[in-house]
Design a protein. Structure first.
Length: 325
């Protein structure tokens, strides 16, 4: 043990001396709830490699995966206050603080993943990015997270009627709570890391997520009925503390932005592969996938839109999204 820590100290010293000879290196911390190898973790690592290369080693990124720095809500506070510089999280936990982030979280707002890409790569995406600045954050990139669907341990879901009375964990956003209520079920928002044991012990019947999360968080082991209702195609967001970003020179800011854009293409490729791989894996492990009639789910969402799309800004954004072909 002693031997190991001496070695580690020597390695750290050597690394800092090397960095010193090339000019001081600033290491930026980034959080992710997912395990090493997950597409978002890999994408931020790739971003870090590009930044390091393009700044001649002046900046590097260290990704703390597997929720090492805490659950999403906590790490969002950390990045807003500057305790960490970067964070890759879902857009949903921002719904209460960044109004414009509500739009991509609305159920069935996107017709397909292609539609989501067009919207998020276009004017509405830019509008959402600008809105994050109000929360002290620079939204560097939007990443793919496929579509979220319900899964539970109790029974297969083939229609809205089958949802009645079931208890689902939802991601921490009121939109998701209201969506579940509109489907006749009960929602409990809770941190991601508590979902497995809560399903196992019966505190909840299930949750809602995409295949890679259902797979890597092992939820398929405790909730085998997965219904492809695809209620949201909610992208992830990769954010940077605004004060930390503002401290960069204009040249470095451009490098960071370009590296983030480059990481999006990489993440989309990784995501498509992981989505297919995870689906295969959970099916082989016994997950039962049903394809419910989506129209019933879509029709039930009217009250969610009425409650959350309240002002003119949001109404216009929803219309703009719908107009994107
Ligand atoms: C995943 C998402 C995570 C986290 C999680 C959740 O799809 O990638 O960032 O938000 O869902 O449901 O908490």
């Amino acid at each position: 043990m002693l031997h190991f820590s001496k070695l580690a100290a020597a390695a750290t010293l050597a690394a800092s001396l090397m960095a010193g000879s090339a000019g001081a290196q600033t290491v930026l911390k980034s959080s992710d709830t997912h395990p090493d190898g997950y597409p978002t973790v890999e994408a931020v690592e790739y971003f870090g490699e590009l930044v390091k290369e393009r700044t001649g080693g002046r900046y590097a990124v260290e990704v703390y995966h597997s929720a090492q720095l805490g659950e999403e809500k906590d790490t969002i506070e950390q990045v807003r206050s500057g305790v960490i510089e970067l964070n890759r999280v879902s857009m949903a936990p921002f719904n209460g603080t960044v109004k414009e982030s509500i739009v991509p979280a609305l159920p069935y707002i996107f017709r397909s993943e292609e539609h989501m890409h067009k919207v998020m790569d276009g004017a509405v995406g830019d509008q959402i990015k600008t809105a994050f600045e109000g929360a002290g954050l620079v939204a560097l990139a939007f990443y793919d997270a496929g579509s979220r669907s319900f899964y539970n341990k109790t029974k297969p879901i083939n229609s809205v009627a089958d949802m009645a009375g079931l208890k689902f964990r939802v991601i921490q956003s009121d939109i998701f709570v209201d969506m579940v209520a509109a489907l006749g079920a009960n929602a409990t928002p809770m941190p991601y890391g508590e979902v497995y044991s809560s399903i196992e012990t019966g505190v909840i019947d299930g949750a809602e997520n995409n295949f890679p999360s259902y797979d890597t968080a092992k939820h398929f082991e405790v909730a085998k009925h997965y219904s492809l209702d695809q209620h949201t195609i909610l992208p992830e967001v990769f954010v940077m503390n605004k004060a930390a970003f503002d401290k960069l020179t204009p040249g470095d800011q451009a490098i960071f932005k370009q590296a983030a854009t480059d990481s999006v293409a990489k993440q989309r490729e990784l995501w498509a592969a992981k989505d297919a791989e995870s689906r295969k894996k959970v099916e082989a492990a016994g997950a039962q996938i049903t394809t419910p009639d989506k129209q019933g789910f879509i029709d039930a969402m009217k009250p969610v839109y009425e409650k959350h799309v309240t002002d003119d800004v949001l109404k216009k954004m929803v219309a703009d999204v719908q107009a994107v072909q």
